[in-house]
Design a protein around this ligand. Structure first.
Ligand code: ADP
Length: 163
């Protein structure tokens, strides 16, 4: 059976915490789609979704069952249109839980055949979020270890000028 999972998020920008969840999802499912979403609650984000997706593509180059896509609509519609069986989300702390729980229930209502699966963060990435990376870039700090090396310089360039 071809079991397709989606890892949705803003990825503004992608971090090592995201990559860890993507890798782990790729070992559990036949195919993983990393889905960059336009999040109206985050004012659409800093970089255009196409650019965020391009940065992720460079990081998942060596993962043969991982693809990257972007979408401006409802996640529930995307999963139904693409034969997805699971939505994989990462949990860093209790504070992530309430929002993720609500989203999982709403998605279950809209797409009843699709399960939300939660992966607990690896402890070394517990503190890591895209907003922490944006904040460090804004003040010219060092993001080594926060984002994949292959895109680090591009992130510094893009986010120090745009934030
Ligand atoms: P952020 O909360 O960093 O802005 P996103 O909206 O892009 O991130 O998050 C996409 C998914 O990745 C969410 O399920 C989020 O909980 C998860 N995630 C983000 N950072 C981490 C991390 N350091 N460890 C585990 N999961 C994470």
């Amino acid at each position: 059976m071809n079991r397709i999972a989606v890892c949705p998020g803003s990825f503004d920008p992608v971090t090592n915490g995201h990559i860890d969840i993507i890798k782990r999802a790729s070992s559990m499912f036949d195919k993983v789609i990393v889905l960059v979403m336009y999040n109206a609650r985050k004012n659409g984000g800093t970089l255009p979704v196409e650019e965020r997706a391009e940065l992720i593509r460079r990081c998942v180059d060596g993962m043969p069952n991982v693809a990257v896509d972007f979408y401006g609509g409802l996640l529930a519609d995307y999963v139904k249109m693409n034969g997805v069986c699971a939505i994989v989300k990462g949990l860093r702390a209790v504070s992530d839980f309430e929002d993720e729980f609500q989203q999982a229930l709403a998605n279950k209502k809209l797409a009843p055949d699709v399960e939300t699966v939660f992966a607990v963060t690896s402890s070394e990435y517990m503190y890591l979020s895209s907003s922490v990376v944006r904040e460090i870039c804004r003040y010219g700090g060092d993001i080594s270890g926060f984002v994949p090396d292959v895109i680090r310089e591009d992130i510094v360039k893009k986010y120090s000028s745009e934030t």
